[in-house]
Write a protein that binds this ligand. Structure first.
Ligand SMILES: C[S@@+](CC[C@H](N)C(=O)[O-])C[C@H]1O[C@@H](n2cnc3c(N)ncnc32)[C@H](O)[C@@H]1O
Length: 273
């Protein structure tokens, strides 16, 4: 999990969350998208692809031959992403993949030339306002639909409730908004900033909720998420540490026993040029 600037996202974390991500992303936006895209061949640029989970989810839901161009700044994740070709397409057509080492906030307009679709997942909340603006301008310049899934909204609900939930959540959100050498991260403000920003650039934006709903069958992911959530809150607010340690133990016991239900709010955006 990413907890500090320049800390790399581990492949193990991406692997652990892939099933919950696939279940959370909005099928309704895919239905919209299928009406908009031709039957191919499609050229899809997946920005900040990680180990390639977006392609594994979306490519089989779209018809026609597809060429996926996977961008990330992490060379190890790119190698992983390039090693697994997703698909086949919804109608059995072939899918091909290439990888490109890129800082997706600094792409030149030409780098998305010829794109039929641009995608990104679990990215926007990691960006600063300037980085998001650069990304939005590049996407708008590509002149094709853009699908941006799983941006955190800051809405977290745990059942059963605990008196410390709200304080941990508020400190975690502030940690997401922390100042880094690249500027202040948007964290839970990213969705609003992206909707406003794309609309100002003249695009239509369709928004759908895409929460993780973690129950007894997702206890491994719930435990890992909870650990990172509490750690980040304590890093942001060190005076929370004593209470948070007891809270963490209570919550981890509940999660391991399958007695904790966690909803982590995300939003998916479909941007139409
Ligand atoms: C939370 S992971 C999501 C990965 C993948 N999209 C997924 O849904 O599984 C965030 C990814 O963004 C990448 N990343 C973050 N900032 C980036 C940037 N400026 N340029 C390229 N990649 C970036 C990280 O290396 C990481 O792979």
């Amino acid at each position: 999990m990413t907890t500090a600037e320049a800390i790399r996202v581990s492949p193990e974390w991406l692997d652990l969350r892939e099933r919950a991500d696939a279940a959370a992303r909005s099928p309704d936006l895919v239905r919209h998208l299928r009406r908009l895209t031709s039957r191919g061949p499609l050229v899809v640029h997946d920005l900040a692809c990680g180990s390639g989970s977006m392609g594994r989810w979306l490519a089989p839901l779209l018809p026609g031959p597809q060429h996926w161009i996977l961008h990330d700044r992490d060379p190890d994740l790119l190698t992983l992403a390039g090693a697994t070709v997703p698909g086949p397409a919804a109608d059995g057509a072939d899918i091909t993949v290439e990888t490109r080492p890129s800082d997706v906030t600094r792409l030149g307009r030409d780098e998305l030339a010829g794109a039929s679709l641009v995608t990104a997942s679990a990215l926007l909340d990691l960006l600063t306002a300037d980085e998001l603006l650069g990304l939005m301008r590049t996407c708008a310049g590509a002149g094709c639909p853009v699908v941006l899934t799983l941006s955190v909204t800051g809405r977290v609900q745990l059942r059963p409730a605990d008196p410390l939930d709200a304080r941990v959540a508020a400190s975690f959100d502030e940690h997401q908004r922390r100042v880094t050498p690249r500027g202040r991260k948007l964290g839970p403000d990213a969705v609003h900033a992206a909707i406003e920003g794309f609309r100002r650039l003249g695009a239509e934006v369709v928004v759908r909720p895409s929460p993780w709903r973690l129950g007894a069958t997702d206890s491994d992911l719930a435990v890992e998420w909870l650990t990172g959530w509490v750690d980040a809150a304590c890093e942001q607010e060190p005076s929370l540490a004593f209470d948070a340690e007891l809270y963490r133990r209570r919550r981890l016991r509940e999660a391991a026993a399958g007695a904790l239900a966690v909803t982590v709010g995300h939003a998916d955006l479909l941007v139409l040029p």
